[in-house]
Design a protein around this ligand. Structure first.
Ligand code: ADP
Ligand code: MG
Length: 364
């Protein structure tokens, strides 16, 4: 099911007399989500992710704008008629019901021609439970399950109605690191096998990057960039997106463009043909550095961490905005940790320039 957001806007009253202007939780969001894809909705806490999901699910009404499922305008359709499956961070299972009863719960109150027999409901619950591999736990209560198992029950409950759209709001936040990894892969697998258009909300960029067909990066209610994870990583449109994606984070420097060259401090570190002379913010991905004795950028070495395949060189520079610069270099390189200085050349496709005023990307 294709989902279209058309100028979707949600304002809340501020309730703060000193700052009486409305909070714009979602600001003019327009996007067509292709059928059958997994969309990662990504941004820091408070940027409007949950509000966007709640508008799609029908739990909240937009201030303006429209929502379409396929060709149907669902903006005024109540939540229960939209055919969406919802999963939240806190699994919100009924503690007194068994796993099976929790999963069949959304099927219980169907009326008329939609009414299901006990046997039909049991079969549907079993099918949904098999998708998330909890079919052996059907008679347990939620308190007898681990966090990961509880979240699977919540996912099964969202899937049992065969929803047109699956909405997941930070579904992995309550799980430990290992389970998070495992469950996110499982969500990806379930999404692939069912083909349900899915929107997955997270503040964790790595999580979004790893499982999404497309990511949508939001800030302060405003969509910053939409694209395939790798495209957004390789070509961020502004400084916010560049900083939000990537671990370790991108290294940010105050720089200056003069005569088609990027200067950091007094050193010309990269040719940037066609860029007008101006002060800039220069950002370098950790993998954008190569060690070189005659390297263009000289930094003060503060440490070397060996990580098996790679080494992480930690250094400082007076014009770095980060307290420490992290460069990821192949472990075939040798860095003497006792050296005072380390010199790098920069890979042009791993260096991004941004305007000082608007923080928009300057291409070269
Ligand atoms: P996220 O899920 O990305 O953390 P939310 O969508 O929950 O963000 O919130 C977006 C913004 O809207 C925040 O500034 C939040 O304080 C505000 N907000 C959310 N819900 C309400 C509400 N019911 N009333 C007023 N402000 C709200
Ligand atoms: Mg939220």
């Amino acid at each position: 099911m294709k989902v279209t957001l058309q100028n979707l806007t949600k304002k809340y009253p501020s309730r703060n007399k000193k700052q009486p202007q409305d909070v714009i939780a979602v600001n003019d969001f327009t996007f067509e989500i292709p059928d059958g894809q997994l969309i990662g909705l990504l941004g820091p806490s408070g940027c409007g992710k949950s509000t966007t999901l709640n508008l799609l699910s029908g739990l909240q009404k937009p201030t303006s704008g429209r929502i379409f499922f396929g060709d149907d305008d669902v903006t005024d359709l109540p939540a229960e008629n939209r055919g969406v499956g919802l999963v939240f961070q806190n699994y919100a299972l009924y503690p007194h019901l068994t796993v099976k009863q929790n999963i069949t719960f959304p099927l219980e109150n169907r009326k008329g021609k939609d009414k299901l027999t006990k046997a039909q409901m049991a079969q549907m619950a079993l099918d949904a439970a098999k998708l998330v591999q909890i079919e052996t736990l059907m008679d347990r209560k939620p308190s007898e399950l681990s966090g990961g198992q509880q979240q699977r029950v919540a996912i099964a409950r969202a899937l049992v109605k065969m929803p047109r759209i699956l909405l997941l709001d930070e579904p992995l936040s309550n799980l430990d690191a290992r389970l998070r990894l495992q469950t996110r892969e499982e969500i990806r697998r379930i999404q692939r096998s069912t083909g349900i258009t899915t929107i997955f909300v997270t503040h964790d960029q790595e999580e979004a990057m790893s499982i999404s067909d497309l990511i949508v990066v939001m800030k302060d209610g405003v969509v910053q960039q939409i694209g395939k994870p790798q495209e957004v990583y390789d070509s961020p449109v502004n400084l916010f997106v560049a900083k939000f994606l990537g671990t370790p984070p991108i290294n940010v420097f105050d720089g200056q463009v003069k005569d088609g060259k990027l200067f950091i401090g007094s050193e010309a570190v990269l040719e940037v043909p066609g860029v007008t002379g101006q002060p800039v913010t220069a950002a370098v991905r950790p993998e954008g550095f190569t060690l070189s004795e005659s390297g263009a950028l000289t930094c003060r070495l503060s440490g070397v961490e060996v990580m098996g395949r790679d080494i992480s060189v930690i250094s400082t520079h007076p014009d770095s905005q980060n307290a420490a610069i992290r460069s990821i270099i192949s472990a075939e390189n040798q860095v003497d940790p006792a050296s005072a200085m380390v010199r790098f050349d920069l890979k042009p496709n791993k260096v991004f320039l941004f305007r000082k005023d608007t923080e928009a990307r300057i291409r070269f």
